[in-house]
Design a protein around this ligand. Sequence first.
Ligand SMILES: Cc1ncc(COP(=O)(O)O)c(C=O)c1O
Length: 411
Amino acid sequence: MKNLFKDDPELAHLVTKEEQRMEQTINLIAAENHAPKSIMEVVGSILNTKAIEGYPGNRFHGGCACVDEIEQLAIMRAKQLFGAEFANVQPHSGTSANLAVYFSVLEPGDSILSMSLPHGGHLSHGHQASMTSKCFSFSHYTLDPKTELIDYDRIEELTAKIKPKMIVAGASSYPRLIDYERISTIAGEHSAFFMVDMAHLAGLVAAKVIPSPVPYADFVTFTTYKTMMGGRGGIILAREQFGKKVNHAVFPGCQGTSGVNLIAAKALICKLAESEEFRTIQQRTLDHAALMATLLTQKGYKLVTGGTENHQLLIDLTDKEISGSVAERQLEYTGLVLNRNVVPGDADHPGRVSGLRIGTAAIATRNMLEPEVTEVINLVDRVLSYPEDQYVLNLVRQDVAALCSRFPVYV
Ligand SMILES: Cc1ncc(COP(=O)(O)O)c(C=O)c1O
């Protein structure tokens, strides 16, 4: 970063500080990952300066011959990796991708059925704070209160009653596999479009360590920077028949120019995702989550749904004397970085956050293996057992620092 140090030492210092934070803490945030160095190179490349509007072969600026090839490469690789008929690689983010899908085949005010946020859904699935809920009329399905699994019968009932134009599956905090085939059948029987938001799961799906929604859904959206390990941004996959409408909804509908550097990073991660190394990391991500679930259960923690089948776990702290917010803060003090999360029991208590979400993607990428997973869970348990004991917290902090120094991320 020698040029940044010259032009803006203050900012360069902050970037360096953030790099040190990443090296010296353990990332258990389910929505994050550590991207390969080649992704950093292409994101920071000269491609950042090129403006593109439109699509390959039909641009509104000159000088697009090379970047047309880059976008075509990204589209071709995304389609091949996920076995999709169509791909749009321009969305700035997962939210932009979702918004574009809604606008591609629906009219403002049309009804959409999606998962409720306190039960695991995402803001962009029609939460009242999100623009999506201002444009479309959302209804929400929830989890079965006993099993905490998606209540598919309820989806069927709600679909028959509301007759939504689209059903959305996918979540930001749901530790189980989703029965895409079942929801697709319900959507088909009621002539609703079916969209799956696999933002969290894309890397696991790409590596084929969990089932893919692509054969069942009309549209599949995802982010490229969570389990997928790439640069920031979103991708839309769709059946060929919706391709033109999706393209039009992304540009000019929801976005102007798109970042060529980020499109190039999407091309790169879709290539790297075909490698054995990527598959190993995704399998390890899955195995680590399963091991964590076993260890936490043995230690007496309650997990939402009782376990996990993907990269994340949700600890339900309602029976403990610590809130999700305090737990998050004290863990972060020691260098164990994760996030508080609502759990289904919080749905009737606005403002209450009684859960912790743990993800294993970043530690798997960092090459931590079973012994380290066990150590991490022991450390988490010590903090949650003695959250106000400064002596314990400082000891954990030392152990976290020692562990991190054995597993450098980028240095
Ligand atoms: C299920 C789901 N969809 C969409 C998004 C939104 O992605 P972005 O923050 O890139 O808009 C997220 C992000 O956390 C997510 O979990």
